[in-house]
Write a protein that binds this ligand. Structure first.
Ligand code: MTE
Length: 324
């Protein structure tokens, strides 16, 4: 089944950026039923073909604007990236992430679970319904995009491994393969590889938290975190860790990359919050991409990136200035 989940905090029409690459949902839906019947018959490669059989196929370029879809052009979302494993320039990931092998790929699930194990990604994805989610992505550097992801709730994977009652947090780890990730070979890199992120278990189980395997109707480009990345739309982008190989359920809060490196600048929670500035810049506004010197496209940042209605209950009674 193909599900397009629409929430009240979906991007508004006023946020729409013209998009010519992305195909309309109607075309995708039309492909859905027949191609789904074929799903799973073929040897795995997370290919366009595979995605097509899961209901996301090639179609004519999207010309119109589906009301409520506010999409950043694919050329921007796949060329302006943060993926320090491939360098610190925004163009480095698109330039070098092709050097990363993404097939075969497996994910280890460990820690406070009844059934730990390592699972090949094709098995992980075998029985999940892929959904399209159009989410805002707000980077802590004060730029943002709107991206149509293809993915499924994180909870769907966690439940399969049966988290123990003692599990309170989830840690996610990116691939560590210096021979294919030039940033990991960089002697001057201040990051202690591999990249690690984490959530409280109830955050990870929230229906808005997804694992993405695709975007814009196609499989994830390597630079966007292929073959499996986290997307947590109400938090700063650095929480949405890419190219995940390990998931660990934990009793205690995991040590996460940016929080360990600069705890006064990057909190564990990292919820988007216009009231709490980064020590070196304001978080009140953001540059919605595409933007330029003459047309900066600066907009106001919203609490929880506009998803407050859905996620505020997770933080009831918490001091969000101290738990930034
Ligand atoms: N994941 C890994 N492994 N390494 C990174 O450097 N950068 C993060 C996040 N996930 C990063 C990562 C940051 S800072 C942001 S803003 C988003 O990825 C950017 O995602 P995008 O390039 O798909 O827009």
């Amino acid at each position: 089944m193909l599900v397009r989940v629409k929430t009240r905090s979906d991007p508004k029409t006023s946020e729409i950026t013209p998009e010519r690459v992305y195909r309309s949902r109607r075309e995708i839906m039309a492909l859905g039923a027949s191609s789904l019947a074929l799903a799973g018959l073929d040897a795995f490669a997370l290919s366009e073909d595979w995605l097509k059989r899961r209901g996301f196929g090639d179609g004519p370029a999207f010309q119109g604007q589906d009301p409520g879809e506010a999409v950043t052009p694919f050329e921007h979302a796949s060329a302006y990236n943060n993926f320090y494993e491939f360098g610190t320039d925004k163009g480095d990931p698109a330039r070098y992430a092709g050097e990363m092998t993404v097939d075969p790929w497996s994910v280890e699930v460990t820690g406070e679970v009844a059934k730990p194990g390592t699972i090949a990604i094709e098995d992980l994805l075998a029985n999940v319904d892929l959904e399209e989610r159009i989410y805002r992505l707000r980077c802590v550097e004060a730029w943002s995009m709107v991206i149509p992801w293809i993915g499924f709730p994180v909870k769907r994977v966690l439940d399969r491994f049966e988290p123990a009652a003692s599990a309170k947090y989830v840690e996610f780890t990116t691939l560590h393969r210096p021979e294919e990730m030039r940033g990991q070979r960089d002697f001057f890199s201040s990051i202690d590889w591999p990249y690690v992120e984490g959530l409280r278990l109830d955050e990870a189980n929230h229906p808005l938290a997804i694992f993405a395997v695709g975007m814009y109707g196609r499989v994830l480009p390597n630079q966007n975190g292929a073959p499996l990345r986290l997307v947590v739309p109400w938090k700063y982008g650095f929480k949405s860790i890419k190219s995940i190989v390990r998931i660990r359920l934990m009793r205690r809060q995991p040590r996460t990359t940016w929080n360990v490196m600069a705890p006064y600048e990057y909190g564990f929670y990292a919820n988007v919050n216009p009231e709490v500035d980064h020590p070196r810049w304001s978080q009140k506004t953001e540059r919605r991409l595409p933007s330029s010197f003459f047309s900066p496209n600066r907009i106001e940042t919203r609490m929880f990136n506009g998803y407050d209605e859905e996620v505020a209950p997770l933080y009831a009674g918490m001091n969000l200035r101290r738990k930034y």
